[in-house]
Ligand binder design. Structure first.
Ligand SMILES: O=c1ccn([C@@H]2O[C@H](COP(=O)(O)O)[C@@H](O)[C@H]2O)c(=O)[nH]1
Length: 314
């Protein structure tokens, strides 16, 4: 059963908290506070299971620190997959934990493949269709998933269909935040448009039938804050598309760069910050209280900055 669409739940939570910040959980074992690593090693040993436990305990501590403040977290699958089956299990345990704490959870796994395989990725991250859904736990899935548009519309459709059927969301890569993004995404095609604009048009077309009460569709776009001119241009082209905006904080973008992501009234964007929040503590020897306080303070400060940026949107 669909339930309320992800994007509508997201918009409501952002408005309730007056906060468009999404905390990214990208756990690197070597950067996790020593007390968490030691606890994980005591429980499971210094092995992949212990490493995965450390990622989970760290992620859960981040969730505890930010759950009252932010609408959503984004879990970067790569950092968990790095520890094999135990890491993948830790990823899903953390999805569940964050959802239980009232957060919306975005799985950042950037999936994309031919239709039949895309459907299997949708099964994995968003949930199964009936009758197989009877075998699965409906609460264990992510609320939304990042996907890659490179294979074209037939490869995205299984994700869109599943997101719409189950009340989940998608964020399609349109203009990424990394330094090499322009190499392919800014290429001008025979149509005279850039690849990024073609991806944006695909997002708009795929989402058109799935616009929720908030006025936004189930098919969102990833647009980096590190290319503020493109961000503002894409924002104007896609009034019904919700943006997931990485690049703020550790990658150098600030409130001025992010401002173009918002529609008039300050709606339409969720800004991601991972390293600048989750590693805000002073050293790996930070104790539990210093860890919690510094992560919460960094999230609060980013929230104020982004709230002001959203309010300035015209
Ligand atoms: O274009 C993109 C798409 C995804 N990301 C992801 O967002 C976070 C950003 O982390 P920071 O520490 O805030 O830089 C990370 O998980 C990336 O994989 C992105 O940065 N850019």
């Amino acid at each position: 059963m669909a339930g309320e669409p992800f994007v509508d739940r997201l918009v409501r939570r952002i408005e309730e908290l007056e906060n468009p910040l999404c905390v990214g959980i990208d756990p690197v074992l070597g950067r996790i506070p020593a007390h968490i690593r030691e606890e994980a090693a005591r429980r499971h040993g210094q092995n992949e299971r212990g490493a995965a436990a450390a990622l989970y305990l760290f992620g859960a501590a981040v969730v505890d620190a930010v759950a009252p403040l932010v609408p959503a977290v984004k879990l970067q699958s790569a950092f968990f997959e790095a520890y094999g089956g135990a890491g993948v299990e830790a990823f899903w345990q953390l999805v569940l934990y964050a959802r239980q704490k009232g957060l919306l959870v975005i799985a950042d796994a950037k999936r994309g493949d031919i239709g039949s395989t895309a459907a299997a990725y949708a099964d994995a991250f968003l949930g199964h269709e009936a009758p197989v859904s009877a075998w699965a736990d409906p609460d264990r899935y992510a609320d939304a998933l990042t996907v890659n548009p490179y294979l074209g519309s037939d490869a995205l459709e299984p994700f869109v269909k599943r997101a719409a059927a189950l009340g989940r969301g998608l964020f399609v890569l349109v203009k990424t935040s990394n330094p090499g993004a322009a190499e392919l995404q800014d290429q001008v095609l025979l149509s005279g448009e850039t690849l990024a604009l073609q991806a944006a048009k695909l997002v708009d077309a795929l989402g058109a039938k799935h616009v929720g009460r908030s006025g936004f569709s189930a098919v969102g776009a990833v647009v980096g804050a590190t290319y503020p001119e493109d961000l503002a241009r894409l924002r104007a082209w896609l009034p019904h598309t919700f943006f997931l905006v990485p690049g703020y904080g550790a990658q150098g973008a600030g409130a001025a760069e992010v401002a173009g992501a918002f529609l008039p009234g300050g709606r339409g964007a969720l800004v991601v910050a991972a390293r600048s929040i989750i590693y805000a503590f002073s050293s790996e020897h930070a104790g539990p209280e210093e860890f919690r306080a510094s992560v919460a303070a960094a999230a609060r400060s980013a929230a104020l900055d982004l709230r002001a940026a959203a309010r300035r949107a015209t």
